[in-house]
Design a protein around this ligand. Sequence first.
Ligand code: CTP
Length: 476
Amino acid sequence: MNVSKAIQEPIFKQISEVIENKRQQAFVIGGFVRDFLLKRPNPEDIDIVTEGSGIELAMAIAERYKPKPKVSVFKRFGTAMIKVQNWELEFVGARKESYSPDSRKPSVENGTLEDDQKRRDFTVNALAISLNKDTYGELIDPFDGLSDLQNKIIRTPLNPDITYSDDPLRMIRAIRFATQLNFTIEPLSFEAIKRNAQRIDILSGERITDEFNKIMMSPQPGIGLKLLYEAKLLERFLPELTSLQGIEEIEGQKHKDNFFHTLEVVDNISRSTTNLWLRWAALLHDIGKARTKRFDKKIGWTFHSHEFVGSKMVLAIFKRLKLPLGEPLKYVQKLVQYSSRPVSLITDEVSDSALRRLLFDMGNELEDLFLLCKADITTKNTKKQILFKQNFDYVEEKIKDVEEKDKIRNFQPPITGHDIMKTFEIEEGKQIGVIKETIKEAILEGIINNDYKNSYNYMLELGKKLNLKRKNETKL
Ligand code: CTP
């Protein structure tokens, strides 16, 4: 089969000319070929495999461009990368592995294209297109990856036990591709994953997270999460999540399976956002439930303070998985912590101060919190679904009214510590904090309006109560 359409860009012609001169064979391989055949948008990464030195080939290609692109060489892996126009080209020499009988460690030596294809993760990723003049555009597919693409199957070129032990990350990659592409993992392969699951323990958090986040960014991450669970991989890097699995029954009372509920919530939120961290918040929103689960004879199953406990668990998870500890961590912690607050506001008697407080606490994250709450509705009863959603819309409406009136979102208390020190004979210290906090509380409680004049007068009253001495002729 000829697929020269895939390689019409001038960069491929350049490579073809260079290898012609060098009498060296080279091929496009991997994701670029797969995605072309699947009619997915062209990826920006292009992997080139050559029978010979990938590093030298990269250098020769770089010579052809002005200004000459930088060649990043990764000697340990025998690869080199250059950026040309929008492309990121990675060159690697074809390799084969040979096992010597006296050593358990394979030695890597130069090989042919087919040797290299064998060592790749999946048949659909082992498809190659020739860049050589006499066979330009020919698809080279020794493991029938094309049929697997058509039948939507993830299969390893070799015995899966070998392919997965070469790099255990491939077990997560199998699930990642199955989720992204909506493919099925060949049963033998899936059995091998289950058998070898514990081998992912040798992987770094970064590598796992990289693949896991691709699952999280898929249209329906729940597919991958369920597969990770069934393959016994998830419990190895997110045991907090898998311990939510299960339904207990006491005195005829059951609680829901919080693990499978969570998967639904993640899928729901993924329909309304591509924000990775909001998806993570959905993933972790019930994480505290395993530790807080109690059975109360009068009220049945309870998970008191699970949001607080859960938000405290987020840090350890982020650290273990090498997720970013700055803003994303704070954001996920906050959403987990406040995830049940809107539900508690669904009552006709809800006070403006309760609404104001949520607005103040959430700031810019308010809309995301409501998206999370709505995604959390997983009842199969359509009437209830509609009603619960309307309830949240109602609370959101009310908050919008309060917001317009009071401008409380992200508000900075109008009186600063500096103002307080200019007004009273008072030293820098704790008492200033107390005054500021009391003014803030008064605003949130609706005792005074959120403006400078009211806050200033309130501060003067407080000063009197605290017997603070006014400074002479204070002017603010
Ligand atoms: N590969 C492999 N084993 C791995 C990682 C990668 O065999 N553990 C091979 C596959 O042939 C893969 C290619 O290297 O196609 C490039 O890897 P990568 O860029 O990670 O994946 P892509 O297939 O390009 O897919 P995506 O762009 O979606 O990540």
